[in-house]
Design a protein around this ligand. Structure first.
Ligand code: C2E
Ligand code: CA
Ligand code: CA
Length: 564
């Protein structure tokens, strides 16, 4: 059923057209007639037409101007010019202005007219589809980068004209790569769709939600009133984002980092607007993610602004700017040190000591984590050997491995090489993997872990108890133990649900023969609680924060905890 609008200044011509339509299309159409453009524009606002048959010569509008007025108000109908003028040049121009075809009165019959209508409607539909595909992201339905730039261009012009402000929020998901790596791309796509629909909920009709590519999104906020308003929207976005996502029986916790720049307050042009938002976003990442940062002048000069981090990390590796601090793990029964966790630091030439949260996520994104991780393995093994040579080493050194390192098929052989080169006994090496590994029974990951295990390397699951419901996977992996996440320990005496989780996990680990190390233990009360509930070992500020190798060696010397 086609809804057709016939516009002709001569009602007799209009009726004749309608009669032809009836002959050609039978009952397959509905028709509205108008003799003036003002009436026609009114109808177009009230209902949607599939096609408009338009005479260019109207009492209140002439020639291509008529066409232009329609294009401006109703871009969703096909337009067919039906003109008394046999003017080839005008016909070409009309098509250039967006008409589907140009027919000449008196040269059409019911058959050719209905055919032209059908083709025009079809052609128009395809064109709309192509335009849509060119402007919108096919996965999420958000505007794409191209449309974003187009809208930004107009928004900036409006700002300059009206003395108003706009804001750009740049959103990058935290650790999204892990999700793709762990669950696969299809799953990752579903997560991105969920993120997009949450993003749409935070913005108004006049704003534009954008997928810039990958796990990068942006929001163009029009008519900004105050910095606080923008901050509120950014916070709302983060809050909505961090609500659990349940997909295929997995409950997932996603967070994002948002950078905010406001024009004209923070920058002078479109290019800076984008660059600054990106810079601010990396700052949010450097703060550990799940937060937003306004752009402030001065961020630009920071070597951590993300634009050069890849180069910086490479240089740091070559120049030996990384170092390891160590934090002891103490058995609660024997009070002996049963492990030393190696934690990376970056001694930056201008920034001073940079903490891992400020560069590990970036290293993971850029793939630099693989060579950096290899350096950590090597440096930790060397240190362990040194302690062994000094007669101090009683316990393994524990090294954090990123998802990407585990996915390298060459990991076991590179561990083997390092052990050989440093002559360290494999029983003195332990690795910590984040919990997200467990959920995906990837045969190759499993193979890698089994190879490590077969060498004699111990395997722990890190940050256990947050985000992933992975208890049932514990059995299928060759593990030695788990590390209870800091967040569970924090309120362990007061938060009943955390208490229950900790109890359950310890009980389960005991049945599976896994050791449990609690991390982030800061008080005597927490240590007592954990002792009473059968936790094997603890690590945390209560004993000591991570310290340089020479300071931590005293923990190895004194295998007994003397005072506290
Ligand atoms: P993680 O593996 O969970 O490491 C424990 C973190 O908790 C360390 O932070 C440590 O300083 C901190 N911590 C220890 N005791 C306490 C405590 O009592 N209270 C509190 N609030 N915090 C405590 P750090 O050194 O900043 O490391 C942060 C994260 O960076 C690590 O978390 C780990 O995920 C990552 N990381 C560190 N070194 C490496 C590395 O060599 N390779 C990889 N891939 N990641 C690393
Ligand atoms: Ca760890
Ligand atoms: Ca941890």
């Amino acid at each position: 059923m086609l809804n057709i609008l016939v516009i002709d200044d001569n009602p007799e011509d209009g009726n004749a057209t309608q009669a032809m339509l009836k002959e050609g299309l039978g009952t397959q159409f509905e028709c509205t007639q108008a003799t003036m453009i003002s009436d026609a524009l009114k109808y177009v606002k009230e209902q949607t037409f599939d096609i408009i048959l338009l005479d260019l010569m109207l009492p209140d509008s002439l020639g291509l101007d008529t066409l232009r007025q329609f294009r401006q108000t109703n871009p969703c109908a096909a337009i067919l010019i039906v003109s008394g003028l046999q003017d080839e040049a005008l016909a070409v121009q009309a098509v250039q202005y967006g008409a589907q075809d140009y027919l000449i009165k008196g040269q059409v019959n019911s058959h050719t007219l209905s055919r032209a209508i059908r083709y025009a409607v079809e052609r128009h539909r395809v064109q709309e589809q192509i335009t849509y595909q060119a402007h919108y992201d096919h996965l999420t339905g958000l505007a794409n980068r191209g449309l974003f730039h187009e809208r930004l261009h107009y928004a900036l012009a409006r700002c300059n004209r009206n003395d108003t402000a706009i804001a750009v929020l740049f959103l990058d998901l935290d650790h999204f790569k892990n999700i793709n790596d762990t669950f696969g791309h299809e799953y990752g796509d579903s997560v991105l769709k969920t993120v997009a629909s949450r993003l749409k909920k935070c913005i108004r009709e006049v704003d534009t939600g954008v997928r810039m590519g990958g796990d990068e999104f942006a929001v163009l906020l029009d008519q900004v009133q105050s910095v606080e308003d923008v901050g509120n929207i950014a916070q709302r976005l983060l809050d909505l984002l961090s609500e659990p996502i349940v997909l295929e029986n997995h409950e997932l916790h996603i967070t994002g980092s948002v950078g905010v720049t406001i024009y004209p307050w923070d920058c002078a042009n479109a290019a800076d607007l984008l660059k600054h938002s990106d810079t601010a976003m990396y700052r949010a990442k450097a703060k550990g993610g799940n937060n937003f940062q306004y752009y402030t002048a001065g961020m630009q000069t920071s070597p951590l602004d993300g634009t050069t981090i890849d180069v910086e990390l490479r240089r740091a590796l070559v120049k030996g700017e990384f170092l390891l601090h160590y934090q002891p793990q103490m058995d609660l029964q024997s009070r002996q040190i049963i492990g030393m966790e190696a934690l990376i630091r970056w001694q930056h030439p201008y920034q001073g000591m940079v903490q891992p949260m400020n560069f590990i996520p970036k290293a993971e994104e850029t793939g630099m984590i693989v060579p950096i991780g290899e350096w950590v393995l090597q440096a930790a093994s060397l240190q362990a050997k040194k302690w062994e040579n000094e007669g101090r080493l009683l316990a393994p050194i524990s090294v954090n491995l990123s998802a990407q390192q585990i996915h390298q098929r060459s990991l076991p052989s590179s561990v083997q090489n390092i052990l050989q080169a440093t002559q360290l006994d494999p029983q003195y090496l332990q690795v910590e993997l984040t919990e997200s590994f467990l959920i995906h029974e990837n045969p190759s990951t499993l193979g890698t872990l089994r190879e490590l295990k077969a060498m004699g390397v111990k395997i722990y699951i890190d940050d256990f108890g947050v985000g992933y419901a992975s208890l049932r996977y514990l059995k299928s992996f060759p593990l030695d133990g788990i590390k209870l996440d800091r967040s569970l320990i924090k309120d362990i005496e007061t938060d009943v649900s955390n208490t229950a989780i900790v109890r359950a996990v310890i009980a389960l680990a005991n049945t599976l023969g896994l050791k449990v190390i609690a991390e982030g233990v800061e008080t005597q009360a927490q240590a007592d609680f954990l002792t009473n509930h059968g936790c094997d070992a603890i690590q945390g500020y209560w004993l000591t924060p991570p310290v340089p190798a020479h300071e931590s060696s005293k923990w190895l010397q004194t295998s007994q905890l003397v005072t506290h």
